[in-house]
Design a protein around this ligand. Sequence first.
Ligand SMILES: [Zn+2]
Length: 359
Amino acid sequence: MRARKPFRWPLAALLAALCLAALALTGCASAAGPGPAEPTAKSAGGASGGAGPQATPEARREAELQREFAAQTYYERLDRLNAVAWPLATAGEPLCRQRGRVHQSLGLVADSFNRRDNRRWFAALSGLWGVGEDTPVVIGVMPGGPAHLAGVRRGDVLRAAKGKPLDVSGNSADLTRRLDDLAAGGPVDLELVRAGKPLTLTIPAPKAICDTRFTVILGDAVNAYADGKNVFATYGAMNLFAKDEDLAVVLGHELAHNILGHVRQDASGKATGATTPQQEAEADAVGLYFTARAGFNIKDAPGVWRRLAAQNPTHISAGGDHPSTAARFLNLEAVRDEILMRQAAGLPLIPRPRVAPTQ
Ligand SMILES: [Zn+2]
């Protein structure tokens, strides 16, 4: 399963990958939008159905099967990301509220596969879920969240919300945000189709969470980054941080960048510029508070930096925008001890202000 045809990356995703390779676990700016960075139609096989110009019917069927495996793998990773991110975003809500960075969430992720670049990638899902292009579908459900408690499941087709068909323009984040916005006016009735049968479920109330969306992106490079509104993690990062408590440290760090306003955006909302060493230290500290509040074991949290250093030794003594992995290990150790002391003393897990100029 390791050998695969190389993907042709969209430019935005390529820039993001370079950014990651250079900086590793930064709040660095990226032009990549939410949603999986899918291969383009050309790299997925062009007009031949995904198995080259001389494709036989058998090869086409095999290509479809492989797309289905790939899609299932993507959703398994999205499930893991959601299972780690949802506690961060809910338990951290009081910290986010202090900064005015909260939104009401139904606890689901929807997509409509209406982007040209992901139609082929998700073609296999039309068979899996019985949906066509531009059909809004639930692709993720936050464990213990409002949608989950109301009985919503992945693969549910969204026919209408509050009696109206959904506007499927834009990407997955746009669609999910519009659904969340509906919750501001009271309970949300979802008209769904599950296994071909209509079903109506009511989500009585949304949940207030930190205003950040979490997304998995393809790519072996070990990278996670924030753009002010979203946090992205590559397959490479999810592989290296195979333990959920490690992944939580990484996602907590990126969430902190967003909540602390470290990511500068241009007039169009695109992230620009790099973070300062002080901001990195602040994001490490506040991020670990998010991680602890979410109930993850933080005793070995500083070890994240050793694992990253082992994978990428050039960062051990890196200067410039990012402190070295050695300095970050020591910083995180001090923050961990501070949090453990607070937990032992029954004190609230609210980080003390740190000297970190936000720009
Ligand atoms: Zn960072």
